[in-house]
Every structure is written in structure tokens, then in C-alpha cells.
Design a protein around this ligand. Structure first.
Ligand code: NAG
Ligand code: NAG
Ligand code: NAG
Ligand code: NAG
Ligand code: CA
Ligand code: CA
Length: 598
């Protein structure tokens, strides 16, 4: 429940250097606590990351599809928000079956998004604004239109084993050929596809058009490292690695056969991935080692060319015991930040309450290895939008939470203005996960609602495009929920978000202080950061539907006297700058407050 930031930092540095500093420090009294450049945090450790879904961020040429020049034209907006780095969902050449997660050329830009020169202009402008750009790295699969796959189909020399090929097996009763195993893809149905030309099945853990690369082939491993180096040379500040759990599959047995997965009982739908276990096709130990190897590529690049650290962020929805290994082990560094989705997944299972928030935070901080940096994610392009999931009432509170908690946090575009999901009919559905189902159940699978165009203004097509159409319909609330309106308003989700980012940037306590948090009651969640000689910062959120009066001394004896209000949720009737008694603080339903001791 209580994690001490200072101790964590010290544990991290228990190398020779720190021993040395300690020795010097002890001779000079308390110097180690207050000076010590070695203790300064690297940029990513307290960063605010912002995820851009390029197709839906900003269209520059009127075709209704977001593009690179659109992003470049909005970098000032990101600067104004105060975020540290933007990570772009895939911008590489792609037939767009999975909207960029099916890459046909890892070394080129998708033409409808722009050119390599446009990308260079984006990087240049970002550098001028001191914004970092991170790219999506999609290692598990390529598009079936990738040259590598075409060559592999033809068994061209060097490409024979680029993908996971298999003869399949013959059914003893029918005499017919069948896929090698019962494995299921994420997007519903079998994970094996017969290729007529090569006369073999290939594995695809995602769509049919996304064949899995074979990481047991050293040529593939080396090729993918080339991809990393190529974009590092173009000036990116790191990568967010997509879909790590399915990277490796189990090794086949001596006869070249793979084992079947077993039925879980979690669903009756035999096409749903949850119908079977994923023991043999997810969370293999080799995936962790591969991440360590990529980290080496990044660190080597810095060693050779200098500059700031480039970072590795990892997407994995795995259990804590597996996820935490991505951070690295005692001898080897891994990902800087394996994404923490607990604030999404725990709430999806158990609903939103002070108790589940505490559970989600515990699940990360109590499992995280000492000296690592935590991170907090509220949403992405695969999950219903945060304001829709938590309720619009709670979007400010959740934004407060992730910015008060220690470490880095990640915003999915639109969370800062409280954007909600669009309503997309079956006819308008384009996401393969939705399209692979049927009109009765597609809403369970489709990810289109969280991908609707970003809402810049209340005007035509929400200011997303000057053209007549948008690639996905707009969400219905754009006339009131948009950047222009919220910037003009005295108080708005956007302004609250900006205040929070600014606070985290300027507050030593938030960057470096120790952390304590507690579900004080079923409804009231409290988090406190404190640092010697700096103001303490306290966040209070009421997840319930009744006004509650709390005594913060029950949470922390030191919190007596008055607290000053720094930031409040949109519907709150309290005013910033006012002081409140810590012993008798009244908190309205869904109200969220950030307070300070000074
Ligand atoms: C953070 O804490 C460490 C250890 O207590 C200290 O040495 C360092 O100066 C602090 N940094 C900032 C920015 O306060
Ligand atoms: C750490 O990981 C590396 C690379 O996978 C491995 O070689 C090494 O044995 C591991 N060290 C420990 C202490 O587990
Ligand atoms: C209260 O403050 C004192 C002095 O700053 C500190 O030593 C003590 O650990 C604090 N207690 C709690 C519960 O945070
Ligand atoms: C959050 C995220 O990036 N999800 C992606 C995971 O990988 C699959 C396949 O590459 C994509 O479809 C998801 O969008
Ligand atoms: Ca466009
Ligand atoms: Ca794989």
C-alpha cells in the first residue's frame, strides 16, 4: 500500500557508483539527499506519453484519412498540452486490413499517410518543439503482401523459414487434410491458413492477412533488428512494441507436431480466442529474451551516436509474473516500461470503485521489481474510450490518478477532452475483429467506436478534415466535446488535463516523492505523494454516488490542518486556491480533487 520512492531509487543504484556516492555523502553530511546528478531521473521516467492513432488524428489533404502532415500541423497542440512524447500507431506501408498492424514494408511509409520526407519534416518539427516521437514496432507478423511473405511462399533461398509453416495433419476418419492444431486467432476462428501455392499451412495469430514471423529463424531476428536501427537513424526516440505475448510459440516435438490447446469453458463460442487456452501460443520465455535483445539494439545506438536514451515500451496483457520479467533481470536490462493495463483490465472485470482502483495499483506496484519505473495506461485504440468505460464523470479523476501516481503515464488521443465512443453500425464496421463476427455480436468485438476521428472543433467534420467524408463516422458528441470549445471554456476536461501535466512537470514531489494510497472507504480513494522540504500533494476521488465527509488523518496522521485546492474535476463546485480542513473534507459524488499542504 505504501511505496517509498526514495528507497526505490536507492535500491536501483546499489551499484559501485552509489556505494561511492554514499561514502562521499556520509563524509559531507546530507549532501547525497539534495545534490547528486546521478539521481536525476531520465526523461522517460516521469514522461507523459500521448498515443496518436494517425488515421484518426488530423487529415491534411481532404481525403478523410488522417496523415503525417496532419500530425505535424498539430504538434503545437501536443506541446501546449505539455506531453513529453507522442507514440504513433503504425504509419508503415500496409494494405490496411488491420489498419496498419499488417505491414507490407517495414522500411517505408504508407502512401495515404505521406512520404518519408513528410516523416522527416514531422521529426524535424518535433525536435524544434522538444517533443519526442516514438514509433509502433509490430514484430509478431507482417502483411501477407510483404515481399518476405511472397518469397517465403515461393521458398526462395533465405526466406524458406521466415514464417511458421506446417504440412498439417490428415484426419484418420475422413482422410482429409486439417490444420496442425486447434489454435485460434485473436480475430476469431482458426489460426492456420492453407496456402495453395506452397501447399502448407501458415500460422496467423491475428488476421489471415497477418502471417506470424518465425522468431526461431535467426535471419528474422536480425531483419527485425534492422527495422529498429533504420528508424532510430531517422531520429525516433524509441518504440512501442506491439503484441508481445504471441511472439513465440512452443517448439514442435521431435516429429514436428505442435500440441492442441484445451477448452477453457470461458465461452460457448468456439471461434472466440477465449474458447481455448493459450498455453502454447502466448507468454513463452523466449519472448522476454527477445525484448532484452531489442533493448541492446537501442542502448548500442545511444552508445555509438550519443543523444538521449531511446525507450522501449511493451504491449502485453499478460499476468504480472510474466509481464514484470520484461523490465529485465538482475544481469540484463529489458523494456523501460512494460505497459501497465491494470486500470483497464481490473475495472473491466470488477467495475470501478475505490477498492478496485487500489487493487489495480497494488497489482502493479507490489509485483514490480525494485528500482523499476511504474506506468499507468487508461486506454488505447483496442479498448472502449476511457470516458465511456469509467463514465464521463470520472475522466478527470482518472486523469488525476495517473498523473499523481509515480512514474510515467500514457494518454490515448481524446482522453484529454473526455471523448466518448462513436456508434458504428454493422454496415459501417471496418475493423477485422468486428467484420469476422456477425451483426448480432459485432459490438462485442469491433474496435471502431474508439477509433472515430479526433474532435478539434464543433464545426464541419469536427475540424478533422476539410473534405466531405471521414473514414469512420464521427462520434455524436463532437459539437460540445472538442478542443476548440474546451480551450475557450473557463473550465473543461482539457484545461484540467493541462493543469495536471503542468503540475507533474513542476512538482518535485510528483517526480520524486514517496507514495501512499488507500481506499479509505468503499467510495473514497486517496493518494498522497510527499518529499522532504516540498509540499505534499494529495488526490481524493469519490467513486460513489453520495457526498462523503472524510478525515484525512485516518489515512495519514500528518495530514492535519488546511489543504489548498490545486485542481478539481469539472463538475466540482469548489474553487481552486481555496483551503479546506483535512479533518473534515466533504467530497461530492464523482468529485475528484488535487490538494496541497501549501
Ligand atoms: C530525488 O530523490 C533522490 C533520492 O532521495 C535525490 O537524491 C534527488 O536529488 C531527488 N531529485 C529531485 C529532482 O528532487
Ligand atoms: C537474464 O536474462 C538473460 C537473457 O535472457 C539470461 O541469459 C540470464 O541468465 C538472465 N539472468 C538471470 C539472473 O536470470
Ligand atoms: C509525518 O512527518 C514526519 C516528519 O516529517 C515523518 O517523519 C513521518 O514519517 C510522517 N508520518 C507519516 C505517517 O507519513
Ligand atoms: C493496443 C494495440 O496496439 N493493439 C494491437 C495489438 O496487435 C494487433 C495486431 O498487430 C492489433 O490489431 C491491435 O490493434
Ligand atoms: Ca489524408
Ligand atoms: Ca508468433
Amino acid at each position: 500500500m505504501s511505496v517509498t520512492g526514495n528507497q526505490t531509487v536507492i535500491r536501483l543504484r546499489l551499484g559501485l557508483l552509489t556505494l561511492l556516492l554514499f561514502a562521499i555523502g556520509q563524509g559531507q553530511g546530507c549532501q547525497v539527499q539534495s545534490s547528486g546528478a546521478a539521481e536525476t531521473k531520465d526523461w522517460w521516467e516521469t514522461a507523459q506519453f500521448y498515443q496518436i492513432y494517425p488515421r484518426s488524428f488530423k487529415d491534411s489533404d481532404g481525403d478523410g484519412i488522417g496523415d503525417l502532415n496532419g500530425i505535424t500541423s498539430k504538434l503545437e497542440y501536443l506541446k501546449d498540452l505539455g506531453v513529453t512524447a507522442a507514440w504513433l500507431s503504425p504509419i508503415f506501408a500496409s494494405p490496411m486490413v488491420d489498419f496498419g498492424y499488417d505491414i507490407s514494408d517495414f522500411f517505408d511509409i504508407q502512401p495515404e499517410y505521406g512520404t518519408l520526407d513528410d516523416f522527416r519534416a514531422l521529426i524535424k518539427k518535433a525536435k524544434e518543439l522538444d517533443l519526442k516521437i516514438i514509433l509502433d514496432f509490430v514484430p509478431n507478423h507482417s502483411s501477407d503482401e510483404n515481399e518476405w511473405f511472397k518469397k517465403s511462399v515461393k521458398r526462395e533461398k533465405g526466406y524458406e523459414d521466415y514464417y511458421v509453416w506446417h504440412d498439417g495433419k490428415v484426419n484418420a476418419e475422413t482422410g482429409k487434410r486439417e490444420p496442425p492444431t486447434n489454435w485460434l486467432q485473436y480475430f476469431r476462428g482458426t489460426a492456420w491458413e492453407w496456402n495453395e501455392e506452397r501447399q502448407q499451412y501458415y500460422l496467423h495469430q491475428f488476421a489471415v492477412q497477418q502471417p506470424d514471423l518465425n522468431y526461431r529463424n535467426p535471419l528474422v531476428v536480425e531483419q527485425m533488428k534492422r527495422v529498429l536501427r533504420y528508424w532510430l537513424n531517422e531520429g525516433v526516440a524509441g518504440f512501442r512494441c506491439d503484441a508481445l505475448p504471441p511472439l513465440f510459440e512452443v517448439l514442435p516435438d521431435a516429429d514436428g507436431q505442435y500440441p492442441d490447446e484445451t477448452v477453457t469453458g470461458a465461452t460457448d463460442d468456439p471461434d472466440d480466442r477465449d474458447y481455448l487456452t493459450t498455453t502454447y501460443i502466448e507468454d513463452r520465455p523466449e519472448s522476454i529474451d527477445m525484448v532484452y535483445q531489442w533493448r541492446t539494439v537501442l542502448d548500442d545506438h545511444k552508445r555509438i551516436y550519443g543523444g538521449d536514451s531511446s525507450v522501449l515500451l511493451i504491449e502485453t496483457y499478460s499476468a504480472a509474473w510474466f509481464t514484470m520479467q520484461f523490465y529485465g533481470n538482475r544481469t540484463t536490462e529489458g523494456a523501460h516500461l512494460p505497459f501497465n493495463f491494470n486500470l483497464i483490465t481490473v475495472m473491466d472485470q470488477k467495475g470501478l470503485s475505490a477498492q478496485t482502483v487500489q487493487e489495480a495499483i497494488d497489482l502493479w506496484l507490489k509485483n514490480m521489481p525494485a528500482g523499476r519505473t511504474p506506468n499507468w495506461v487508461l486506454g488505447n485504440h483496442d479498448k472502449r474510450r476511457a470516458a465511456s468505460r469509467y463514465g464521463v464523470d470520472h475522466i478527470d479523476g482518472m486523469n488525476m490518478l495517473v498523473m499523481i501516481l509515480p512514474g510515467a503515464s500514457v494518454t490515448y488521443q481524446g482522453e484529454e477532452i473526455g471523448m466518448t465512443d462513436g456508434e458504428i453500425s454493422w454496415e459501417d464496421t471496418v475493423d477485422p475483429w468486428g467484420c469476422n463476427s456477425n451483426p448480432d455480436i459485432y459490438e462485442m468485438y469491433t474496435r471502431d467506436p474508439e477509433r472515430t476521428p479526433f474532435q478539434w472543433t464543433g464545426g464541419s467534420n469536427a475540424g478533422f478534415t476539410d473534405g466531405p467524408t471521414t473514414w469512420l463516422p464521427l462520434a455524436g458528441d463532437y459539437e460540445t466535446v472538442n478542443v476548440e470549445t474546451e480551450l475557450a471554456a473557463e473550465h473543461s476536461h482539457l484545461k484540467i488535463y493541462k493543469m495536471l501535466v503542468a503540475l507533474r512537470k513542476s512538482s518535485k514531489t510528483l517526480q520524486n516523492g514517496s507514495t501512499k494510497y488507500l481506499a479509505l472507504t468503499e467510495d473514497i480513494f486517496v493518494v498522497r505523494r510527499s518529499l522532504a522540504n516540498s509540499p505534499t500533494i494529495v488526490g481524493v476521488i469519490n467513486f460513489g454516488s453520495e457526498t462523503k465527509t472524510i478525515d484525512l488523518r485516518e489515512f495519514d496522521k500528518n495530514l492535519s490542518g488546511n489543504l489548498q485546492l490545486l485542481v478539481r474535476s469539472l463538475a466540482s463546485t469548489k474553487s481552486e486556491g481555496t483551503t479546506f480542513s483535512a479533518q473534515m473534507l466533504s467530497v461530492d459524488p464523482a468529485e475528484a480533487l488535487v490538494l496541497t499542504t501549501q
